[in-house]
Unconditional design. Structure first.
Length: 238
């Protein structure tokens, strides 16, 4: 028999199912679900002091983000998705006229490139959703969030009300959220395009044209990209 503890910590909730009575057997599973109910941006959470003032400080992850990342690691240990070698993030030859740090998205071939130099880029495999397929041109990174909340579009709610209607007020961020571990929000000027580069709870869709969403990445890969991308970064969708 199990009893539940519900603990609210800052912007997220930890729900733990714990064994009642004596200690559980060695192989008994613990259910741990962590969700984000707010907005997490570790880039504004930096160490303070003289050296940080001179050199910009060391960026740290928020405690809430760390806890959610641990939940993802625990999930991956139980059932890790096997990624194709060609889908792993890697530096490749890539000639481009764009400056270092620019993101290039190639929806047709299902790859995202982070320009590293004149002849090289870091390549990531992506899935392209309906919203992503309908967008092309340039944008900039206008926001970045860790373990973001998600609200299905009105079109999605209308198409499949039984599936998406219950999330009309949003779904808390967490390992089961479709936006995954990180989201990079694309803006044109001050206008949110509602196009995101984000993680996913369906890694098997990577390399495909998925039915919904923008530009999906495997969670570990979008975490890697997120760390390398600054606010204001130019994004080019071919």
């Amino acid at each position: 028999m199990l009893f539940r503890n519900l603990v609210l910590i800052g912007a997220f909730v930890v729900v733990c199912a714990l064994p009642a009575g004596q200690a559980a057997a060695k192989d008994e599973a613990y259910e741990i679900a962590v969700v984000n109910k707010g907005e997490l941006r570790s880039e504004v959470y930096e160490s303070k002091g003289l050296f940080s003032g001179l050199f910009g400080g060391k960026k740290e992850l928020l405690p809430e983000t760390k806890e959610l990342d641990k939940a993802l690691d625990a999930k991956n240990k139980k059932r890790r998705f096997k990624v194709k070698e060609s889908f792993e993030p890697q530096s490749v030859n890539y000639q481009s006229k764009y400056r270092r740090g620019t993101i290039i998205i190639d929806p047709k071939n299902k790859y995202l490139y982070l320009i590293e130099g004149f002849n090289s880029a870091r390549r990531y495999a992506i899935a392209v959703g309906r919203e992503g397929l309908g967008f092309s041109g340039t944008a900039t990174v206008g926001d970045k969030q860790e373990w973001p909340r998600w609200t299905p579009t009105k079109d999605m709610q209308k198409r499949e009300p039984g599936k998406y209607g219950r999330y009309k007020d949003g779904m808390d961020g967490g390992v089961n959220n479709p936006l995954g571990a990180r989201a990079i929000y694309l803006y044109q000027g001050k206008r949110d395009t509602h196009i995101r580069i984000h993680g996913t709870n369906q890694p098997q869709t990577i390399g495909t044209a998925s039915s919904n969403g923008c530009f999906r990445m495997i969670n570990d890969h979008v975490i890697d990209l997120y760390k390398r991308v600054r606010m204001g970064t130019q994004v080019v969708v071919l």
